[in-house]
Design a protein around this ligand. Structure first.
Ligand code: CA
Length: 345
């Protein structure tokens, strides 16, 4: 990979401790296992396909395999998070204790390779008070500066005020929350799964975009104006929807059609511009990146590879070759991530 006048920081990269896969196997063996979880991790953990075995090998490594792949792809630094669904598919007590174990493991890998890795804090939304405490521990004891939440938690959304201790902690400690996709909840998955479109191809984006929008329309950013969130996959298409969201939100407020759609201090697109940073994970596509920059600004769009799910070396060169000023390209690949995740390399 050729030298560039910027470092390449990939910001939505995944890992899975082997101990988590052990817990997943026990959950997958249950009769009432969630269909989305079964379709996602049930597949990757049992398929003999080259794609699945590659992903499982890379996910469980926080050392030489990962570093070698980063070197081969020209990735200087990874921002790493517990892969979906993380602890959110576990029972409450297991989720709380396992999030701590996963964070300790990730922090250890970061201590070993500080120039190459940054970690996100995993939390268990099942217990918002414990999640808030883990954010505090992650920041003050483990030196981490961002939080990963893998979309819905067993069908529940962070737009519900019962989860807002998590937002309060993130705002107080000045750490962004990365809202990453999860498999679709069981009351949503059927029409997607019957045609094979429930996964990363489409369903993930629909569900995570819905989740981010629910957080906006619930008034979370009026309550926590300094809260920052990150969404991947080119903002789960929300920038493309911005005009219609703004128009129809004010029309719906005026019509008083829904109790849950209340007036907000700003337009939905204003929150996208002021409270979100967007990554291009899985979307190595110049027109979509430039469009998103035009909607939310060049300071709020950053690079992600989505390793190991989309370990595509040729995409790095495509991004290097975008028709974009060196200054903006450096923001995209390096300095936006350094600011958002407090990375000093
Ligand atoms: Ca991902």
């Amino acid at each position: 990979m050729h030298k560039t006048p910027y470092k390449r920081i990939a910001t939505e990269e995944a890992f899975a401790p082997p101990e988590m896969l052990y817990i997943y196997r026990k959950i997958l063996a249950k009769d009432d296992v969630d269909p989305g979880f079964k379709g996602l991790m049930g597949f990757y953990m049992s398929s003999p396909s080259a794609r699945a075995t590659h992903i499982m090998r890379c996910l469980t490594d926080l050392d030489q395999v990962r570093l070698q792949h980063m070197d081969e792809a020209g990735i200087d630094h990874q921002v790493i998070a517990l892969t979906a669904p993380g602890v959110q598919v576990m029972d409450k007590a297991t989720a709380v204790s396992f999030s701590q174990l996963a964070n300790d493991q990730l922090a250890e890998a970061v201590r070993k390779h500080p120039a190459r890795f940054t970690g996100m804090i995993a939390v268990a939304p099942q217990d918002p008070v414990a999640a808030a405490k883990e954010i505090e521990r992650g920041v003050t004891k483990l030196g981490m500066h961002s939080v990963i939440i893998n979309s819905h938690t067993q069908g529940e959304y962070l737009s519900d005020p019962k989860f807002w201790d998590i937002f309060a902690a993130a705002e107080a400690h000045d750490v962004p929350i990365y809202l990453h996709p999860n498999s679709l909840p069981k009351n949503m998955i059927e029409p997607f799964q019957e045609c094979g479109l429930d996964g990363a191809i489409y369903g993930f984006g629909v569900e995570t975009g819905l989740h981010a929008l629910r957080i906006i329309t619930a008034g979370v950013f009026d309550r926590f104006p300094k809260l920052q969130m990150i969404i991947g996959h080119m903002g789960e298409a929300l920038p493309f929807w911005a005009y219609r969201l703004d128009y129809m939100h004010q029309a719906t407020v005026k019509s008083q059609r829904y109790e849950s759609i209340k007036p907000l201090r700003k337009k939905p697109s204003d929150y996208l511009r002021e409270n979100f940073t967007i990554t291009n994970s899985g979307v190595a596509w110049e027109p979509a990146i430039k469009f998103t920059q035009s909607v939310v600004g060049v300071d709020r769009v950053m690079y992600a590879m989505d390793y190991p799910y989309q370990y595509a070396i040729d995409e790095v060169a495509v991004m290097d070759n975008m028709q974009m000023s060196d200054e903006d390209k450096k923001k995209f690949f390096q300095t936006n991530a350094q600011r958002v995740f407090k990375i000093n390399i």
